[in-house]
Design a protein around this ligand. Structure first.
Ligand SMILES: Cc1cc2nc3c(=O)[nH]c(=O)nc-3n(C[C@H](O)[C@H](O)[C@H](O)COP(=O)(O)OP(=O)(O)OC[C@H]3O[C@@H](n4cnc5c(N)ncnc54)[C@H](O)[C@@H]3O)c2cc1C
Length: 411
């Protein structure tokens, strides 16, 4: 990664002294996909990209490669990342999505051909995406500082950022440090799902190329996604990424099973649409919760991506939403950044207002789906099943849902 390090004053904002001048126009805390995408978006049009600072906790290049997550990115996210020169190799396209409910009537099928797009989405490895973004950041002129950072104080004219004992004043601070996925409350709207996600990969005996499967069960949603190829390897169409949401005890038990016993449980839960499913590789459980900040802006500080909202992964929306945050923030701040003068707070207020509907709608949708399908109340489940049937029968009903999942509200 590049290292255009700013001269950083060791101490800023001495009480009673003159207000400190900002050493950085904008500092981003968090070098995850959302923070890096924002850095690239801002650097594209900035007069002085070196006055944008990205604080990345990870010190080693490729540190994110070990992250087992695979992410379904929608068409809009792909277009954005391609424009930034940060689209990772090896992604697996989703052409069709099949949504169903175990033990009930009701299913829906959404196809890329309904929307005239080459693919509904693409599944990428978190690590491959992080690497592609990091390489683009290294070419961008943005100043990268490694180590854990935090906001030390906020004053009228600057935010004071502290990292490994050094501090500097910045005119705007963006918090993109991600969020706790667990049941730990953070933000002011919090939901405990009492669920963990079992993550792993499986091989299907009768794969359907380009199909993604979302199955709602009493325990929680179970998703199988086309699997991205390993770096330098050919894709294996039999391989699918598994995200199986269930009670924490059950998740731990599923992870502890041997392959044969796990295969038995999985085939029972998913059914026979893909033939026999066999586990391939390690499994682990990750806790799930929702945290949402009502107001992402606080003075000169603004939270985006998972730092602003951490969602249930049911419809694969978290990063897609975070990238829309980044795109809108970059667009709103660009005139102020290029003028390098004036108060950025009116622009930040406009950002918060512009993002409200998309943030709340996406959070509401991803919060509603797992709860209604796991309610255990037959009338509610039946109604949910019928809703899926209606969705399948009516393109008019189906399109708005898929359109939102594809692109979100780009207000
Ligand atoms: C099981 C699972 C499946 C998912 N599937 C999908 C999917 O299919 N599609 C989708 O869109 N989303 C999905 N998501 C959500 C997605 O992973 C997140 O929305 C996305 O990673 C958020 O990106 P981010 O950059 O905001 O945060 P993160 O990815 O959490 O990155 C934050 C970064 O900031 C760093 N950091 C933290 N604190 C500090 C600090 N103090 N100083 C400096 N750096 C710091 C962290 O080390 C990290 O590198 C899924 C999530 C889970 C758990």
């Amino acid at each position: 990664m590049m290292a255009a390090i700013l001269p950083v004053p060791a101490q800023s904002g001495v009480a009673g002294g003159p207000p400190p001048a900002a050493a950085a126009d904008l500092t981003i805390i968090g070098g995850g996909p959302v923070g890096m995408a924002l850095a690239l978006l801002l650097a594209r049009d900035a007069r002085e990209p070196g006055r944008i600072v990205l604080c990345a906790a990870e010190r080693a290049a490729g540190a994110a490669a070990a992250d087992p997550r695979v992410l379904a990115l929608n068409h809009g996210s792909r277009v954005l990342l391609q424009a930034l020169g940060a689209w990772p190799a090896g992604g697996a396209d989703i052409l069709d999505i099949h949504v169903s409910q175990r033990g009930r009537l009701g299913r829906t099928h959404i196809s890329h051909s309904d929307f005239g797009v080459p693919a509904l989405g693409t599944v990428v490895r978190y690590g491959a995406l992080a690497d592609a973004l990091a390489q683009a950041v290294a070419r961008s002129g943005v100043a990268v500082r490694h180590g854990t950072a935090r906001i030390a104080a906020q004053e009228e004219s600057v935010v004071l950022v502290e990292q490994d004992g050094a501090g500097w004043p910045t005119a705007v601070c963006v918090q993109a440090e991600g969020g706790a996925f667990g049941e730990q409350a953070r933000g002011d709207v919090h939901r405990r799902y009492g669920q963990h996600a079992v993550l792993g990969s499986v091989l299907a005996a009768r794969p359907r190329a380009g199909w993604a499967w979302e199955r709602f069960t009493r325990e929680g949603p179970l998703a199988l996604l086309p699997y991205p190829a390993a770096p330098g390897a050919a894709p294996d169409p039999r391989r699918h990424a598994l995200v199986w949401c269930c009670a924490p005890d059950r998740a731990q038990a599923l992870c502890a099973l041997d392959d044969a016993a796990f295969a038995h449980e999985l085939n029972h839960a998913f059914g026979e649409r893909l033939g026999r499913l066999a586990p391939a590789g390690p499994r682990h459980a990750s806790p799930l919760g929702m945290n949402l900040r009502r107001e992402p802006v606080h003075g000169r500080a603004v939270a985006i991506g998972n730092a602003a909202q951490t969602l249930h992964p049911v419809a694969g929306q978290g990063l897609n939403l975070g990238l829309r945050d980044a795109a809108r923030l970059a667009q709103t701040l660009a005139p102020w950044l290029n003028a390098t003068a004036g108060d950025p707070r009116p622009a930040l207020a406009r950002y918060a207002a512009a993002r409200r509907a998309d943030r709340w709608l996406t959070a509401g949708l991803t919060d509603f789906l797992p709860r209604v399908f796991a309610s255990g109340l037959p009338p509610v489940e039946h109604a949910a099943g019928l809703a899926l049937l209606a969705l399948d029968a009516s393109a008019a009903l189906r399109r708005p849902l898929a359109r939102h999942l594809l692109q979100g509200l780009r207000a």
